[in-house]
Write a protein of this length. Structure first.
Length: 565
């Protein structure tokens, strides 16, 4: 009984601290997995590498199951010893009552939330931020994170959110509701399990005449205990072995993650001035996407001088965006070579290549963070500089969008999933829970239109331009949801910040830019069909001229409709 009291006290203490241990270890594994997801390139995403990511809880369950295995083995040894020493006699009615004592105590003292109406809403800002940052590991954000070069910002912020959260209990609410009972209750419940054994032991002392029956009953009871203990031991061994493999898979992510090829050279190269931007040359470059049976690019040869403004035009599927994806180091070329300032692009450090490039595309997503941070993260070194953020918002045309939001720059458009929900609660309930649930539902989540999202994404890109490291800017159809006037303003703002940068524009509405372009490329079926200045291509009377005349006609019709309205 003394042993039972001591072990129960230890179990009670363990239950108090194990939730804290679990959350700390789980958060550490979550950070490791998050970083691996963020560093996986687009090829890795298409190859479903993420399906091999193990659960962040693997480390905790491995640790716990290994300890359980040790305890079960010790239990087997103890039960073998007890079976050789305990004898008892039995009386069926009393024995039955004593066997029911523990189940009855457990049923009376247990608490469950599943059968009770309840409403859950997370409101701890550090917990919400941790959930939002973890969301950034999703594939939909991968291109924005890689082209924005913000991996080194996200991971420290995730760690900071976890540290600020501290030991706050973030377990499932149902587990939090099942809070621990007092020590005395735990001891009583544990002792109730062994009341039959205590009864037979007492009879072995005070009713020695029935010793033979006592021996039989003791052996029978010990056999049952040994059987269950052996089962637990074997189950824990197999479970621990499985959990060890799952935990190992987390550490193996370092070898599984798909990353772009990275060299050793710094960019820009030491001692070489780069005031005029990045010079790029493609030689016989072909490229195909994973799983595709045809090439997106076929033997493309192209020379872009430092500081030039290049416009790429062509029909959908002509290969325009594929060139941008190669220039921004989202993919490696299938064949051929790409050189940057005279060196193979793969000879430079990948981090330096991404530091030196910026991209603005129609595929950009807004992060589940505040609008302030969505823009400021374009230059993580100045993510808290409101002056620079306001300037970037103005350049990207998102000032009006932000002004319409209830919380201005602090508005979060999309909270992380699972931060609020209900169970068994209806808005029609005349209860406090019903009123609270109705209030949550009646408070719409902040959202913006497609064009407004593009303005915010553009503002983030302008914030990125504040970094002197950016030498190449790739703009890929950033104005699909903008009207021609808003598009013209965006392009003008982009041209105003082009000093010291090479700019590559991909757009289906190129009339605004042609007079400023140093070189225009007209593509078709993955190859460059025509190249030259606007005047040269118009004189060819080919594909470019036909597209240009269609563009001019569409713009005139837009102006006519506007005047009519």
């Amino acid at each position: 009984m003394i042993c039972m009291v001591l072990t129960t006290a230890v179990d009670w203490w363990r239950a108090r601290i194990q939730s804290k241990m679990k959350e700390r270890l789980t958060s550490e594994f979550a950070r490791y997995i998050l970083r691996s997801k963020l560093e996986t390139d687009l090829t890795g995403v298409q190859a479903n590498v993420s399906s091999r990511h193990s659960s962040e809880a693997s480390g905790w369950y491995t640790f716990k199951n290994l300890l359980d295995t040790v305890c079960n083995v010790a239990g087997v040894v103890a039960q073998l010893y007890l079976s050789s020493t305990l004898l008892s006699v039995g009386h069926a009615p009393i024995f039955t009552v004593l066997c029911l004592a523990r189940p009855i105590l457990v049923a009376v003292s247990s608490k469950s939330l599943s059968s009770k109406p309840h409403l859950v809403q997370a409101n701890d800002p550090h917990f919400l931020r941790m959930k939002s940052l973890r969301e950034l590991g999703r594939p939909m954000y991968r291109q924005d994170i890689l082209t924005g070069d913000i991996v080194e910002h996200i991971c420290p912020e995730f760690r900071r959110a976890v540290n600020l959260l501290g030991d706050t209990d973030i377990r499932d609410p149902s587990l939090q509701y099942q809070r621990s009972n007092g020590l005395a209750s735990h001891i009583l419940t544990k002792l109730a399990r062994d009341l039959p054994m205590l009864y037979y032991s007492a009879n072995a002392v005070y009713n020695w005449a029935g010793f033979n029956l006592t021996a039989i009953a003791a052996l029978h009871q010990c056999e049952s205990l040994l059987h269950s203990t052996f089962e637990s031991a074997f189950d824990s061994v197999w479970t621990a072995a499985e959990q060890v493999n799952l935990a190992k898979a987390v550490y193996d992510l370092e070898h599984v993650v798909h990353k772009m090829e990275s060299g050793d050279l710094p960019y820009p190269p030491l001692g070489r001035p780069h005031e005029q931007g990045m010079a790029v040359e493609l030689r016989n470059v072909s490229f195909s996407y994973a799983g595709s049976t045809s090439n997106a690019l076929n033997n493309v040869t192209l020379s872009i001088k430092a500081g030039q403004l290049i416009i790429i035009v062509g029909a959908n599927g002509s290969g325009k965006s594929s060139i941008v994806k190669l220039l921004t180091s989202l993919y490696d070329a299938t064949s051929g070579s790409i050189t940057v300032d005279g060196e193979d692009i793969r000879s430079y450090r990948l981090t330096d290549r991404r530091h030196a490039t910026a991209a603005l595309t129609q595929d950009h997503h807004l992060f589940p963070l505040s609008l302030r941070e969505n823009i400021g993260i374009g230059n993580p070194a100045h993510v808290a500089d409101m002056g620079m953020i306001r300037t970037a918002a103005k350049q990207g045309g998102s000032e009006g969008v932000i002004a319409k939001q209830a919380e201005d720059f602090e508005t979060v458009l999309r909270q992380a999933f699972g931060t609020q929900y209900s169970n068994g609660v209806k808005t029609t309930d005349k209860t406090l829970l019903g009123e609270a649930f109705d209030k949550i539902l009646m408070t719409p989540a902040a959202d913006v239109s497609g064009g407004e999202r593009q303005r915010l994404a553009a503002s983030r890109t302008f914030m990125r331009f504040t970094s002197s490291d950016v030498k190449l800017v790739c703009v890929d159809e950033p104005s699909a949801n903008l009207d021609p006037e808003a598009e013209l303003q965006l392009f003008n703002n982009l041209r105003l910040v082009r000093e010291g940068k090479t700019m590559v524009f991909v757009t289906h509405r190129f009339a605004h830019l042609t007079k400023h372009a140093d070189l225009i490329l007209c593509m078709k079926e993955g190859a460059i069909l025509e190249s030259g200045t606007h005047e040269e291509l118009m004189a060819l009377d080919g594909e470019y001229r036909k597209m240009s005349e269609i563009q001019a006609k569409a713009f005139i019709e837009f102006q006519d409709r506007k005047s009519h309205l």
